[in-house]
Write a protein that binds this ligand. Structure first.
Ligand code: HEM
Length: 145
């Protein structure tokens, strides 16, 4: 069980790194566009270049889905309380909502993608921090022999 708990922590830490990369990729895409010179050719070229970063954001977003699914499996394996497993499942539901928000076609609605990102990062950080399996056990919390 302990190995599952450690694995849950490691995968949770990887998820946080993936979230950071996600923010980096989309910011890099936006800056590629806003830094373009104000003429049609340069703006077109900038959009083409930004596609690379946006593509990485999409790819990493899909991998984040797999990471969360692995965490759900590890939460079962760790026999964590239902609350933890359900909240890890909620993280996956939020990712599905994240994909849907990216495709509404209504910018004012799709903007919620940015807010949902904050909720996902907060929940991911909470689950990883709260269930961190590498804390030295103090006497009060040490398991009975
Ligand atoms: C937790 C952080 C985030 C996750 C997990 C995430 C996830 C995703 C995913 C999975 C997609 C692809 C949807 C698809 O086509 O299947 C996507 C697209 C997109 N995301 Fe995010 N996102 C995050 C944060 C952000 C932030 C903070 C922004 C902007 C402020 C953003 C802006 C976009 C944009 C503009 C697209 C469309 C890219 C394109 O069509 O080429 N995302 N995101």
């Amino acid at each position: 069980m302990s190995i599952f708990r450690k694995a849950y922590s490691v995968v949770g830490a990887i998820l946080m790194l993936q979230f950071l990369a996600q923010l980096y990729f989309i910011a890099a895409a936006i800056f590629t566009i806003v830094n373009a010179n104000d003429n049609a050719k340069d703006v077109y070229t900038a959009f083409k270049s930004a596609d690379n970063f946006a593509g990485l954001h999409t790819l990493n977003g899909d991998i984040i889905g797999l990471t969360i699914l692995v965490m759900i499996g590890l939460s079962f394996g760790s026999r964590y309380p239902w609350r933890t497993t359900i909240l890890t499942g909620v993280l996956f539901v939020l990712l599905v909502i994240q994909v849907l928000l990216a495709h509404t076609g209504i910018p004012a609605l799709s903007g919620l993608h940015g807010l949902n990102a904050l909720v996902m990062i907060g929940l991911g950080g909470f689950l990883t921090g709260r269930n961190w399996a590498f804390r030295p056990q103090t006497e009060g919390t040490a398991a009975a022999p």
